[in-house]
Write a protein that binds this ligand. Sequence first.
Ligand code: H79
Length: 473
Amino acid sequence: MITKNIKTVIFITLVYLQAFGQVQNEPITKWFSDAKLGMFIHFGLYSEPAGEWNGQRTGRGDYAEWLHMQGNWPYGIEKKEYQKLAKTFNPKNFNADAWIKSAKEAGMKYFLITAKHHDGFALWPSKVCKYNVVDATPFKRDILGELAKACEKYGLALGFYYSHWQDWEHKGGAMPPHITVKSETLHPIVSDADFESYWQEKCLPQVKELMLNYKPKFFWFDTWMRSPHITEHRVDELIKTVKEIDETCLVNSRIGAHIPGIKDKVDYISMGDNQVPNKGEKKVWETSFTSQNSWGYHKLDFKWKDSGEIIKVLVQNAAHGGNLQLNIGPKGDGTFPKPNVKRLKELSAWVAVNGEAIYGAEPSPVEDPDWGYITSKTLKNGNTKLFLHVLNSKPGMEIDLKLPYAPSTSISPKMLETGESLYWYPQHKKMNIVMPHFVVDKNVSVIEIVLNHNIHERAERLKKIEAVKFKAK
Ligand code: H79
């Protein structure tokens, strides 16, 4: 009798949890906002020439993935000529397991790749268009399929960049406005009717194909502020194509960057290329940040960002509720360039000791200080833990932490990496903290502070008390 009752209680509880519990209420973007760090890959026919055409460095802008339009500067390369690259595309050292393993080791929680970039070439055996890695190249392997398997093995969420607007293979795909101006004969302006045929024949069917074949967790579509042909109606159609198959697959705002109110239609916001904002957004967001100046591997581009800069962007974004998507352009043989190998290892070392201050962390509960950034977590007991990310720390340097109220003297700040307790003294609504005499990390040193209360509740309560006091006056 008793066991029967217990069973009934458990059953009812389970039903209740299923229907109303946390699992159901969790937003579909939760994994993405917790992730903080992802890997972005630009890989395609352009990876082998890597920014060079006929012995000439490609033109203005220097984006290797723009070779089709930037080679033979200023006219761009003829389509037939560019597409010959497929005949020699053979990244024989490509190893999906190695890519995803290094992403995992560097602390990346998800993986995003150019399934199709502007040149219109597909990295999977698309039944929709033969201009793809299996039908058009000697390599003949399903790059996306191998990566999807590796992502599953290492527990990374998989996402696809799909160029839905620009497509330089299909006669109806959009062309960059500046190139059509230079050479109307090489690159004619596309009419809306032609674009519609591209949209129905290639774009929508390929996105559907990607959804069904590889079950991605998110898409990264790409427009800029002026993107003719991408109407609100077409954006709605594309979102529907994704969501009809999987409602939880996330879509980004650059599906229609120029459309008013676009942020309300999508799941997450994509900043402009390499744009690192000074404040957050109402929704979760990300910065796609490339390792060189170019996105695809460029052998003559030596503007490699160092790991210090990358880690600083990571903490700045985390403090404002955003992710960092670090872009890598693998070389034509399918391996990562040496500077990337080094930077991934440096990133890996930093997140190995400071990951707690990033993953699953919330934006700074107080305003940005001038010495760095702050993230926070709410502990199981409801109290707040703060992480102070101190940039370019110097021995014995003093930093001040402004709080919404006078700090309690029982607080004990510690270095997250070494455990060293730090000397500090209170001032009005402020903690003055003295940094260690041996610098812990020259880029970003993290201090952890466990408060014995919840910072938001405490601030709220104080505000109410102040309001009552004000009325009493
Ligand atoms: O995939 C990467 C870029 O290829 C793509 N978005 C990132 C993630 C992108 N393409 N164009 N843009 C972003 C903005 C437009 C840049 C342009 Fe230019 C300036 C087009 C012509 C002048 C850069 C420089 C591209 C060609 C030359």
